[in-house]
Design a binder for this molecule. Structure first.
Ligand code: XMP
Length: 512
């Protein structure tokens, strides 16, 4: 069991379930997302301290409306319904939900009734909430009192403390709801009586206890990719495993400037981790020689990576376990919260699923920002913790056409300038990814009265939430000008710079 005190978030299909779970965790209580198809017994098996029903896109009147096993109300566990979740409670518990013909979307002003009940007492009589609903609760569940209302929602909040049932039509998890976090915390602390002991230290201690119990005296191997997830997983495990842990860092020669050295230094010098550093740059370049087709390049890199990793792994002794930086969203996306039954699809450094190891996934309960917080607590440097996503095939997918050592060196220098100027402009946290691309064309220019025929560098910088969609970053002309001048003056062979203004879709973030 990961944590004794767990609040379950039943996901009724809203995009907000993860946000609710995160808000609960910000209140120092562990939370897990579960599907509404669980029976009351299965829910009880999680031994939850409280249950939150999320919002959802459907109407309680629609044909395939998701419902919850009504016996869940008899478990004696406090329940808070949010939006659709609140409507469902009203419908299942003797209240009424109606289509009143006008929905309510966005900011709304809410007034209190009955002093706001347990969850809103002491807050302003008139306050801002964020709404997103079409149907409205017109009568609270039997035995519940209406504690707040808006112009379009006669029952914006209800409470039945004796039955431990609560509901809010608005979304407390979004920041536009003034007292949203307060409400969630009151539910967790005052109603569920949580001790709020899920802190960074307890996360680290629990994860370490689990690792040591699972591994016993066996050997563990971890593929360090240079990204934050595998770095944090390795740092977390190293303290418990010592020399039982061997990290393998395959330097493909296709990483950003100085990246390989930085990973090595962080792990060898700061943590004393046993590390196999494979310098495979030449092998990768040789394998890519003459190859221009993007998918072929990716396949060659993926396969060679595995080969090199396996060779190094043999050197690491017979490892029984593979340590991976799988995150909670990966687990949710693969269909549920039962980590042990899920086949991990998220492989550090592009390792295949058919490598025969048992997995250790100490971050499988955590969201990305929590992993970063753990990394900070463990003393990992900001350069690793704040690192942008980087594709497994590395610079090879940013060099259009054949990959050569000269092109890699050119791109590394240009790429460094792009990121360095963004850092100086204090823009790096607003940007999801920023890098340079080296297309396979040359253009004519003039430098110092001489004709030049040099390379073009494309600057790519995007904003995104999750890389599924992205927009080109509106970097100021001044910053772009500084980048352009510096690249042309400092990077030999480059005489022109362009900025990519394509969003995703229709483009992709990477060029190949
Ligand atoms: P695209 O180019 O498809 O990229 O818009 C979406 C995100 O995925 C990253 N990316 C990769 N990450 N292995 C990875 O681990 C890969 O082969 C790979 N290809 C693209 C890309 O950098 C962006 O963040």
């Amino acid at each position: 069991m990961h944590a004794t005190e767990t609040v379950l978030v039943v996901d009724f299909g809203a995009q907000y379930a993860q946000l609710i779970a995160r808000r609960v965790r910000e209140a120092n209580v562990y939370s897990e997302i579960v599907p509404p198809t669980l029976s009351a017994d299965e829910i009880a098996a999680h031994n939850p301290l409280g249950i939150i029903f999320s919002g959802g896109p459907a109407s309680v009147y629609s044909e395939n409306a998701l419902v919850i096993d009504p016996q869940v109300y008899d478990l004696g566990v406090p329940i808070l319904g949010i939006c659709y979740g609140a409507q469902l409670i009203a419908q299942q518990r003797g209240g009424r939900v109606q289509r009143n013909g006008r929905g309510e979307y966005g900011k709304a002003t809410m007034s209190l009734n009955d002093n706001g009940g347990c969850l809103l007492s002491g807050t302003q009589n008139s306050q801002q909430v964020w709404m997103s609903h079409f149907d409205a609760i017109t009568h609270p569940p039997l035995g519940a009192t209406t504690t707040a209302f808006t112009e379009s929602a006669p029952v914006a909040a209800f409470e039945a403390p004796a039955q431990q049932i609560f509901g809010v039509q608005f979304h407390p998890e979004v920041i536009h709801t003034t007292h949203g976090q307060l409400l969630i915390e009151r539910f967790i602390k005052d109603v569920c009586k949580s001790s709020a002991a899920w802190t960074m230290n307890s996360i680290i201690e629990t994860a370490r206890a689990e690792i040591s119990e699972q591994v016993q005296g066996e050997r563990v191997v971890c593929g360090l990719s240079g990204g934050v997830d595998s770095a944090v997983a390795a740092a977390l495990a190293h303290e418990v495993l010592g020399d039982q842990l061997t990290c393998v860092f395959v330097d493909t020669g296709l990483m950003r400037l100085n990246e390989g050295t930085q990973v090595i230094e962080t792990f060898e010098q700061n943590f004393g981790v046993r590390l196999i550093h494979v310098q495979a740059g030449e092998r990768f370049l040789a394998a890519l020689s003459g190859i221009t087709e993007p998918e072929t390049k990716r396949k060659i890199i993926g396969e060679l990576f595995i080969r090199v990793f396996e060779e190094a792994q043999t050197q690491a002794g017979e490892a029984k376990y593979l340590l991976q930086g799988t995150l909670y969203p990966d687990i949710i996306e693969s269909g549920g919260g039962h980590a042990s039954t899920i086949k991990s699809h998220h492989n550090v450094g592009g390792l295949p699923e058919n490598i025969k190891f048992d997995l250790i996934e100490p971050l499988r309960h955590l969201f990305k920002d929590e992993v970063r917080a753990v990394g900070r607590q463990l003393g990992l440097p900001d350069e690793i913790i704040e690192r942008q996503p980087f594709p497994g095939p590395g610079l090879a997918v940013r060099i259009i056409g054949e990959v050569t050592a000269t092109k890699v060196a050119t791109l590394q220098q240009a790429d460094f300038i792009v990121r360095d100027e963004l850092r100086k402009a204090d823009l790096e946290h607003e940007i999801w990814q920023s890098f340079a691309v080296l297309p396979d064309i040359r253009t004519v220019g003039v430098m110092g009265d001489e004709r030049t025929y040099g390379h073009l560098v494309i600057i790519r910088a995007v904003t995104s939430e999750d890389a599924m969609t992205a927009d080109w970053a509106r970097i100021s002309h001044e910053v772009l000008e500084t980048m352009s001048n510096r690249i042309i003056n400092r990077v030999p062979g480059v005489n022109r710079v362009a900025y990519d203004i394509t969003s995703k879709p229709p483009g992709t973030i990477e060029w190949e």
